[in-house]
Design a binder for this molecule. Sequence first.
Ligand code: G3H
Ligand code: 13P
Ligand code: ZN
Length: 284
Amino acid sequence: MSFVPMKELVQKAQKEKYAVGAFNCNNMEIVQAIVAAAEAEKAPVIIQASQGAIKYAGISYIVGLTRIAAEQASVPIALHLDHGTSFEQCVQCIHTGFSSVMIDGSKYPLAENIALTKKVVEIARAVGVSVEGELGKISGTEDDITVAERDAFFTDPEEAALFCQETGVDALAVAIGTAHGQYKGVPKLDFARLEEIVRRVSTPIVLHGSSGVPDEAIREAINLGVAKINIDTNIREAFTNAARRIIEDNPREIDPRKVLGPAREAATQIIREKIRLFGSSGKA
Ligand code: G3H
Ligand code: 13P
Ligand code: ZN
C-alpha cells in the first residue's frame, strides 16, 4: 500500500471513538517495530518523523524506509512530519513524499499562527496531503501551575474554534496538561477544557506528550474526542533500555544485530500495548 492521508485515519477514528497511534521513528529498526506492531494488531498507524529525526537519518532515508514498510504492509499507514516549524520544511516533506505534515506555529501570536498554518493548508490540500496545526503550548505539567499560567499556556476553546475555522486544518494539537519527555510526577489533564474544545470544534483532536500519561486518562481523552495520540518517549525507553541490557549482560558483544534486534522487539511490544490501549486494534 502507498501512504494514506492522515486525515482519513483520524476522521474514521473520531467517528468510531478510538485513537490512531502516531509513533516517532528515527531509524530502520523503529520503523520496522511500528509496522510490525500495526500488522500484528491489524491497526491503522501514523509513522511520524520530527525535524530532528530528519536531520539524523536524512529525509530520503526516512521516506525510503517508511515507503518500503508501507508497500509491504497490509494496514493503512500515513507518513507525517512531527512539529514542522517552517513553511519550507513542510513543502520539502510534501515534495519528498510525506502524506501529512504538522505545522507547529504555537510559539507565534494567534494571528501569525493562523496565517502560517493557512498557507501550509493551501499548498498541502492541493496535493492531497493532510495538515495538523497546534494551538497552546504543550509543556508545563508541574503540579503547582497557577490558574494564570494555565490560561496562558493551555488551549483556549474559543481560539481553537476560530483557528480551525480560519485554517481548515485536518487535526488540531491541543495543550491540556501533557508535556514531551519523561514526567517528574503524574500528569493531570484538564478534561473540562478538552470537553469545551470538542464542543466547539469538529476537527479531530491530537494529544502530544502522551508517554507516561496514565492509561485511565488516555481512555478518558479518547472518550472525549481525541483521535490521534503521539508517542515517542516510551519507544525510546523500550528501545534503548533493551539495547543497554544486552550490552551490559554481554560486554564483549560486537554484532549490532544482537543489540538492535532485541531493542526492535522491545519497541514492537510497547507499541502493540499502546495500540490496544488506544482501541485501534482490528480497525485497519
Ligand atoms: O515532540 C517531540 C518528539 O518527541 C521528537 O523529539 O525533536 O528529539 O526528535 P525530537
Ligand atoms: P512523548 O515523547 O512525550 O511521547 O511525546 C511525543 C510527541 O508528542 C511527539 O510529537
Ligand atoms: Zn509533540
